[in-house]
Design a protein around this ligand. Structure first.
Ligand SMILES: Cc1cc2nc3c(=O)[nH]c(=O)nc-3n(C[C@H](O)[C@H](O)[C@H](O)COP(=O)(O)OP(=O)(O)OC[C@H]3O[C@@H](n4cnc5c(N)ncnc54)[C@H](O)[C@@H]3O)c2cc1C
Length: 445
């Protein structure tokens, strides 16, 4: 029997969609909108045993498999090439257990992040992983991309909140280490190897996530600042005085684009959303105003008002009428970030006069996002803009992906951030765990 016939027989026709049944199913591209091809088949297993069986069959036939979560990724990592089989985790979902004593939850990989967050809240805990795509992205995808998001400055990335993991290897064997213990020094940490592996090393099936106490006294303000030096001074002061849970910076062009203008009478050169836990925000801002670090500040008086500030930061691009966008998600030393912005903007304008660049990011975590609108762009335009942004990142000692991962879109630039020896070690790991190269081929390496 060929691979498809075996998969259909093992999973049943409803969990192995092909041909007509695939049309209209959103499995062509992730949120980067760069995927063009439908998979040969879409597998929708409903248990770890079925995932294991599907991989065992694919492995035996040398059939490439692309794990798919919520398809909100921005690096093309879940896109299929012609002939690839997609393996969706959507049917393997649900919170299996909340363990208040360990401060942990056991979650299936196909669980949508927001559902896991709500379950934690209902049990009186905070699941600190949070990102704009929370209503669609899945826990498995979050782990596979080692997602960052809005609360990293306080709670770390997904990796920092991952206590245990279960994953199915390329040959169908199951690696299960669903540990709830914070201390576990038993050999190589496969959990951390899988985090950020973008579907190239194994299919993640379950996770134990660390829960935090519900934050009390969350305060949110949006501040107007005159210069990047003032942004840095405010950040150092905030780090020393309060429990920062977010420090989001928007350069004027982004702030204006996303409707920030309505918050202040004029658009400031820099706008910063500062969020704290446990109080202390108002005294911080008062002292910053006294010392002329900030021009103006609005402190949210209600949850709804805080949401209005966040809506500017998380503005949906279609509403902002920006099209043909090249996205960047880089990390840079915080102090040199504005120099990067200035040079990058100037070089892009000179190479692409019709382009518009917008800068913002989780600056408290060294993470800068850039959106470059290049009307009617071609592949050559994208490559030219990529080169400008990534060469400069390399020259300033940054890295080309802070949180979205490498996928297909940044694969050609990985050498800007990783040495030949590191790349060789990565290839050796990939070969050891997936010798037939069936898991998400063409991604990352
Ligand atoms: C509006 C918006 C806001 C965003 N904000 C952020 C942000 O603040 N921070 C951030 O880090 N990202 C952000 N993202 C990007 C994206 O949401 C994250 O990368 C997310 O973690 C991807 O999860 P997913 O389930 O959608 O994965 P997918 O897009 O389906 O897949 C992503 C990668 O993970 C692999 N994968 C998926 N599931 C599994 C699995 N179970 N086992 C093995 N591999 C798997 C895929 O093969 C692919 O390589 C944002 C995206 C959008 C659209």
């Amino acid at each position: 029997m060929d691979a498809l016939s075996e998969l259909r027989a093992a999973l049943g026709p409803d969990a192995c969609l092909t041909g007509e049944a695939l049309q209209g199913v959103a499995h062509r591209s992730d949120a980067s909108a760069t995927g063009q091809d439908l998979p040969l088949a879409l597998l929708r297993p409903g248990s770890v045993a079925e995932i294991s069986k599907a991989l065992e069959i694919c492995h035996r036939h040398g059939q490439p498999v692309v794990p798919q979560g919520g398809m909100t990724g921005l690096a093309g990592g879940a896109n299929c090439r012609p002939g690839d089989v997609a393996l969706s985790l959507a049917r393997f979902h649900g919170v299996e257990e909340i363990d208040p004593v360990a401060g942990a939850m056991v979650v299936r990989a196909g669980t949508v992040l927001e559902i896991a967050q709500n379950a934690a809240t209902d049990a009186g805990f905070l699941l600190p992983i949070d990102l704009g795509a929370r209503g669609s992205c899945q826990i498995g995808g979050n782990i596979a991309t080692n997602a960052g998001g809005l609360r990293v400055v306080r709670h770390g990335t997904v990796r920092d909140n991952l206590l245990g993991l279960e994953a199915v290897q390329a040959d169908g064997s199951v690696l299960s280490h669903l540990s709830r213990m914070r201390k576990d020094n038993t050999g190589y940490d496969l959990r951390h190897l899988m985090a950020g592996s973008e579907g190239t090393l194994a299919v993640i099936t379950r996770a134990v996530l660390r829960l935090s106490p519900m934050p009390s006294g969350i305060e949110t303000a949006v501040c107007a600042l005159e210069s990047y030096d003032a942004v840095l001074a405010l950040m150092s002061r905030a780090r020393g005085q309060v429990a920062l849970s977010a420090f989001e910076v928007m350069w004027a062009d982004y702030f204006e684009l996303c409707g920030g203008r309505r918050l202040f009478s004029t658009t400031p050169p820099f706008a910063v959303i500062v969020e704290t836990e446990g109080g202390g925000l108002e005294p911080l801002l008062e002292s910053a105003v006294e010392d002329s670090l900030i021009l103006d500040a609005l402190v949210a008086q209600s949850h709804a008002e805080a949401r209005r500030f966040w809506e500017v930061r998380e503005a949906a691009l279609p509403e902002a009428h920006v099209n043909d966008i090249v996205n960047f998600d880089v990390s840079l030393p915080i102090a040199g970030m504005d120099d990067y912005v200035e040079v990058c903007r100037a070089r892009i304008s000179s190479a692409q006069p019709a382009a518009r660049s917008f800068f913002f990011g989780h600056i408290g975590d060294s993470n800068l996002h850039i959106m470059v609108e290049v009307p009617g762009y071609s592949d050559a335009d994208v490559h030219a803009v990529d080169r400008i942004a990534y060469d400069l990142v390399r020259d300033l000692g940054g890295v080309i992906s802070a949180e979205h991962g490498i996928g297909t879109l940044k694969r050609g630039w990985l050498g800007h951030s990783r040495s030949p020896a590191e790349l060789a070690a990565m290839r050796a790991i990939k070969h050891a765990l997936d010798p037939a190269g069936i898991l998400n081929p063409g991604k990352v390496l």
